[in-house]
Design a protein. Sequence first.
Length: 365
Amino acid sequence: MENAKKYLPWTIRIIISVLFLISAVAKLYPSPYFAISTFEVKQLYPMGFSEDVAVFFSRILIGIELALGILLLQSNYLRRIIIPATILMLVFFTAHLTIDTIQNGGNSGNCGCFGSLLPMTPIEAIIKNVVAIILLVIYLNIVPKITNEKSNFWVLTTITFASILALFMLAPIQPKVAEVVLEDIETAPTENALLEENSTSLSIETAVAEENKTTETATTAIEKPVSDEPAPQKSGYAQYFSNIDKGKKILALFVPGCDHCRDVAKELAAMKAKNKDFPEVEVIFMNEEPEKIPDFFAYAGKNFPYKIIEVIPFWKLLGNSKDTPGIIYLWNGNKIKEWDGINEKQFVGSELQNILKKNYSEIKK
């Protein structure tokens, strides 16, 4: 019993410390800026944080998690400040997760507690937090109040500010820039091509004039058959690809280092190789490890036209609640079908092939 009382406090401190350290480090995986930006979009924006506030709050919050993980292993103000602050943070997280679960009416998705490194549902996170709170309460009850507890406040402030500063250094706040950072280069027309174009245009003008005369003398107007396709509309993606609202198109939203994205790209390339009428595939990449794009297309077996946009605009374009790989089937700018992530809404090639065979009137049923 004496041994239990001797080792239990340290055991509790180590468990909770490791929990907070893993939580902080996991939110920086696979790379600090990408992970923190994703955390902002998926966790903070839905809570009502603005972009300007979220960039600071995310780094400060993770910095405090890191600091608490370290401070739990030292003795200064441990019982008076560190343990109560840790319990308070856990209570805050638990309350938020509980409210979010009730409002969304389910226990699905990643709560973000351990970033994308260790996905955890809200209920799992709540249980984890409640257990941690109970352990800390046990600690406060089995460890007697010490009148001469170490009280070097500089240790607390130094570790806390150093941890927060480390987050700002690891993931510096980026200035707001234009969403598109790289475009496919279009070949400029040569001088000979311009001369040919001018001569061709004269011939075309003559042909058009003759055609107009023929049309004017025609007595019967030929009506065009009504096509079974949706009326043209603006999809909102024309800023990336000027032709995307014309006809059938496949828009893919990928991350260069995402294995699931590579698999979907390979599947799309195989479908296009087998079907000459398969819609054109156009890709929007997140600006995360763009140097991997050549390897991405090498794995897929085909190069697709692509653009690269920054992390936060990418998540906004895909949808805060959605995940990669994202696939959108467009027809004259109309969104016919969307797929995202690797769960129940994940891309299925057979679904796309089936829907491509249908007329618009069949799809609307």
